[in-house]
Structure formats: structure tokens, C-alpha cells
Design a protein around this ligand. Sequence first.
Ligand code: IN0
Length: 331
Amino acid sequence: MGSLRTLLRYPDDIYPLLKMKRAIEKAEKQIPPEPHWGFCYSMLHKVSRSFSLVIQQLRPELRNAVCVFYLVLRALDTVEDDTSIPTDEKLPILIAFHRHIYDTDWHYSCGTKEYKVLMDQFHHVSAAFLELDKGYQEAIEEITKRMGAGMAKFICQEVETVDDYDEYCHYVAGLVGLGLSKLFLASGSEVLLPDWEQISNSMGLFLQKTNIIRDYLEDINEIPKSRMFWPRKIWGKYADKLEDLKYEENSTKAVSCLNEMVTNALTHIEDCLKYMSALRDPSIFRFCAIPQIMAIGTLALCYNNVQLFRGVVKLRRGKKLYLYTPFHIII
Ligand code: IN0
């Protein structure tokens, strides 16, 4: 639940931590009896313990669609991330992934731990996908197709300019925003604003850019080869190589670069607020707002913080869980 020392230092964390523990236990007891839905929901809890609770509070029909969408995206991500797959084998899988989701005989073994289980037993996700209404299926298929093609493009291309950065983040996260807006529309709970594509995209870009900033050290130290998502156009003003930012003698330059990256991410905030202001359904609002609040908290922690180049900078677990606790329990 968190170390005793942390709990004594932050006693206000104890209540949300206990609430969260109970909420997780309750969610785990509510796993559906059908094997494919049972697999999907228990997999969802495994790959994202706290976010799965936010999905859980959506209305059942939309919840099923979001659960399948989330797992399809995680699976696509597992293929993209697996550095042991040769490029000539990876590209066709990414490009054809939107067709594989219709095929309950398809599976491709890759990834590690729970992601390997997800890939090996992907037929459960396909079976669940095939039970969704056509409107949900079409939205998931279209986004998976565009995302797979975008990921394939960036396997062979580095993030040089800020436009490249925005384009890469569009494929891996902005499209998720577009897809979710379509699912909300298909559920009948929400309507779309005229500029829905632009603002849905910004919702994803803000989350993804925060992840890219936060994960600098983890990505640069990745074995066998570091992964670089910070645009050269920005870091090139401060260092000859992106990895040089992690060395102590470059601390001042590194922090200036970090602050420019955070400022870049903050440009999406206005669109995000516009998107969230237009939502009508309180459960959809919570689903969208909680990851955004977490991202703002993470950026606040990263800004001007040299520790980002030394180790992990993450929101304290208790603080994070406080956000996940349903509002009416706290107030
Ligand atoms: C998400 C997003 C997400 C939620 C709500 C609205 C969104 C609108 C646009 C784009 C994305 C939106 O949220 C999750 C949050 C999450 O998974 N949090 C993890 C923590 C973490 O750091 O991984 C948790 O365990 O709490 C998210 O990060 N992504 C995501 C993926 C699929 C879906 Cl359906 C929704 C991933 C990403 C890359 C940012 C889009």
C-alpha cells in the first residue's frame, strides 16, 4: 500500500489509499462470467490498475467499447515497442492490425509479462470486439488503421522538428482522442463541437507529451537502443546529443531544455479545457478529466526540476489516488 515511512510523512494519503484498495478489490470481484469479457476486464486491471477504475464507472455499453479500444491500443503499442521484432516483420503487422481485430484466429506472440498474455490470447479481445455495436466497431477499426500506419511511418523516421513531434503524438495519442469522441457520440451521451477533431487531438497530445517529458531517462537508457521522442529542433539548442542532458555538468542547459518542453506541452491546455467544458455526462467528464489533472500535476513536478535527469519523477501514489477517489467520497 505504500511504505510506512511515506504514510507517516503524508498521513492524508492513508484514506485515499484505503479507498482505492477497496475499489480495486470490488472491481476485481465484478469480473464478467463470459470468458472473453472476463479476460478483457482482468487484463484491463492488470495493465492499468488505477485507470481501469475510471473506465469501470462508465455506463456498461460504452464501458465495454472503451475497454476493448484500450486493449487493442495496448496490443498495437506492444508490437511497436518490442525491439526484438525485425522491422520488415513489424511493419506489415502494424499496417494490418485493424484487420486482425476481426479475426478470432489471429495472434502474434511478442511483448513481456502481462503484455505477452494479452498478445497470446488476443482472440478474447477479438471476440469481445465482434460483440460491440457496429458504430463502436467502425470507430475502433478506423483509428487502429490510422494509428498502425502512423507508427509504421515513425519506425523509419526520427523526431526532428516540432511538427514531427506533433505528428508522432497525433498517431499514438491524438487519434485516441478522436476515437474516444466517436465512441462517446455512438453511445448517444455526447455531441461533437465543430472543431472536435482539433480539440480531441489536443487532449491526447497533452497526455502523450507529458509522458514523453517524464520518461526522458527511461527512454534514453532503454536497452538495446535508446528511444528518442524529444524533438531535435528543441534539444539541439542545448546539447549536441540528447543523452548529454543527463550528465551533471550540463544541468543548467538540461533544465532550460526541459522547461521549453513543458512550455510546449502547455500550449494544448486551452483546447483541453474547451473539450472538457463541452462534456455533458458526468462519468465521461471524470473519465477525461482525471488523466488530464494527473498530467498537469506531473508537469508541475517536472518544471525546473533537474531530478528528471537523475531518476524517476512521478506523482506520489497517495496524491495520484486522491484524484481517482470518486469526488463525492472526498467532499
Ligand atoms: C487513454 C487516455 C485518455 C483518457 C481519457 C480521455 C482521453 C482523451 C484523449 C486521449 C487520451 C485519453 O488516458 C490514459 C491514462 C492511463 O492509462 N493512465 C495510466 C498511467 C500511465 O502513466 O500509463 C494509469 O494506469 O493510470 C492514457 O494514458 N492513454 C490512453 C490510452 C487509451 C485510451 Cl482509450 C485512453 C495513453 C495515451 C498514449 C496517452 C493515449
